[in-house]
Ligand binder design. Structure first.
Ligand code: TPP
Length: 288
């Protein structure tokens, strides 16, 4: 499936705007988890702007699709999307992480409208998300649950306990995405604790596994739709991504897991994002 050109451009432009805002919020707030917020952006944009059945005027609408950012430190990027959709005010976002703000580094479902699960202690969000899926099944309700994991989280045993439960209960009314950016806080996953072959591990735990480029909207959307057609196993989509995606000097750099930006660095980061967009627009023009 190839997305229509207009829709593809809408998603790409949205991801560009979200990444710009991630940089701006970080500059204003003093610091944030930039690398992982930038790597997860395209996955979240596809879900929030194409797939999720939600209502910003009624954030707790009982039948809404559920979203769990199990990699809770990506709350910066998640918060920016909630701001863009109108769940939270711009002024609140600009106080991200500050004392008295509704935004801590990890989003709190009791403070930030639109957040279904408070996460941050890695790996626990996965079980919460699978619980939402099981809850929908038991109650006969239609919501679909979307869960986003980081690769670093997969080092936690809790993930694999939950994975077994997901297969046991055949939770096909959820889709799990892994932001496979290969980097953690202190280095590459494969240097610290090997995860590959990751597809084989998930398959052995009874899951339907797909592996895609997590920055290619055609692939993200195709996989999201294919996942819903699978009825005999729960699906996990391993998304190969780049930590710091879009800001050249942050890409694949461990030190940008968390950081602050002064005025000059923020300008450089925005210029890098603008340059990427210019190149993409030029390539699109040439192709059309
Ligand atoms: C249970 C738990 N242990 C440790 C941490 C501290 N911590 C925050 S982020 C992180 C690793 C981040 O790497 P990864 O999970 O791969 O995230 P990404 O690269 O997507 O940002 C760690 C260890 C935590 N939040 N929770």
């Amino acid at each position: 499936m190839a997305l229509a050109a207009e829709e593809l451009k809408m998603l790409q432009d949205k991801a560009y705007q979200i990444r710009r805002r991630i940089v701006q919020v970080t500059e204003r707030s003093g610091g944030g988890h930039l690398g992982g917020s930038l790597s997860q952006t395209d996955i979240l944009v596809a879900l929030y702007y194409k797939y999720m059945n939600i209502n910003k005027d009624d954030p707790r609408w009982p039948e809404r699709d559920r979203f769990v950012l199990s990699k809770g430190h990506g709350g910066l990027g998640h918060g920016v999307i909630l701001g863009d959709l109108g769940y939270v005010a711009d002024e609140d976002l600009d106080k991200f992480g500050k004392t008295g703000s509704i935004f801590g580094m990890h989003l709190d479902r009791h403070k930030v409208p639109g957040v279904d699960a408070s996460t941050g202690s890695l790996a626990h969000g996965f079980g919460i998300g699978l619980g939402f899926a099981l809850g929908a099944r038991l109650k006969g309700l239609p919501w679909h649950t979307y869960i986003v994991l980081s690769d670093g989280e997969l080092h936690e045993g809790t993930i694999w306990e939950a994975a077994m439960a997901g297969a046991q209960f055949n939770l096909t009314n959820q889709t799990t995405f892994i932001d496979r950016n290969r980097l953690m806080i202190d280095g590459f996953t494969e240097d610290i604790m090997k995860l590959e072959p990751l597809q084989d591990k998930w398959a052995a735990f009874g899951w339907n596994v797909m592996r895609i480029d997590g920055h290619d909207f055609n692939q993200i959307c195709q996989a999201t739709e294919d996942a819903k057609k699978v009825t005999d196993k729960p699906t996990v989509i391993i998304c190969d991504t780049v930590k710091g995606k879009g800001v050249e000097f942050m890409e694949d750099e461990r030190k940008w897991h968390y950081g602050g930006l002064d005025d000059a660095m923020a300008k450089d980061a925005l210029a890098s994002l603008d340059e990427g967009k210019k190149k993409r627009d030029a390539a699109e023009k040439k192709a059309s």
